[in-house]
Write a new protein. Structure first.
Length: 147
């Protein structure tokens, strides 16, 4: 997966400033995952949100304009991802994709879960056997139309 020059510059500034996504969440009042999506150019910030991000990171105003422009979404290559963390999500969909689809259709009917009217939260769950990653996805159900 190639990361854009814009994303590289923003991530370098974020690291240099010692600012976390959670810090940016407090500043913007938006979820840290959504803010990360803006930085990775998978979501579009308002002009005000973009200005707050670049100001916090010590970047110039031109960068804010870039973050507030609609962009091409979908950052993964067509090949199987090799990063171990990203690959696990690919693996989860390979193993549980069809079962999830079957259960969703059984409960809701023929349709899809929106990735536009959607939220995603990442939580850290303490466990004596080792901390766990808890991911909560919530998307509006969109029924296929008949005509």
């Amino acid at each position: 997966m190639a990361i854009s020059n814009i994303t590289e510059k923003i991530l370098a500034a974020k690291k240099a400033q010692g600012i976390s996504f959670a810090d940016l969440e407090k500043l913007l009042g938006r979820d840290e995952v959504w803010i990360a999506a803006v930085i990775y150019r998978q979501a579009t910030a308002s002009a005000d949100e973009a200005q707050k991000i670049v100001s916090a990171l010590g970047l110039d105003g031109e960068m804010a304009q870039v973050l507030s422009e609609p962009n091409l979404k979908g950052s993964l290559d067509a090949t199987v991802p090799v990063d171990p963390l990203i690959y696990r999500f690919y693996e989860i969909m390979q193993v549980y994709g069809m079962p999830l689809k079957a259960v969703i259709h059984e409960k809701f009917g023929d349709g899809i879960m929106s990735a536009i009217d959607f939220t995603l939260d990442v939580e850290k769950e303490a466990d004596p056997k080792g901390d766990r990653v808890k991911i909560i996805m919530s998307g509006k159900f969109l029924e296929y139309k008949k005509w």
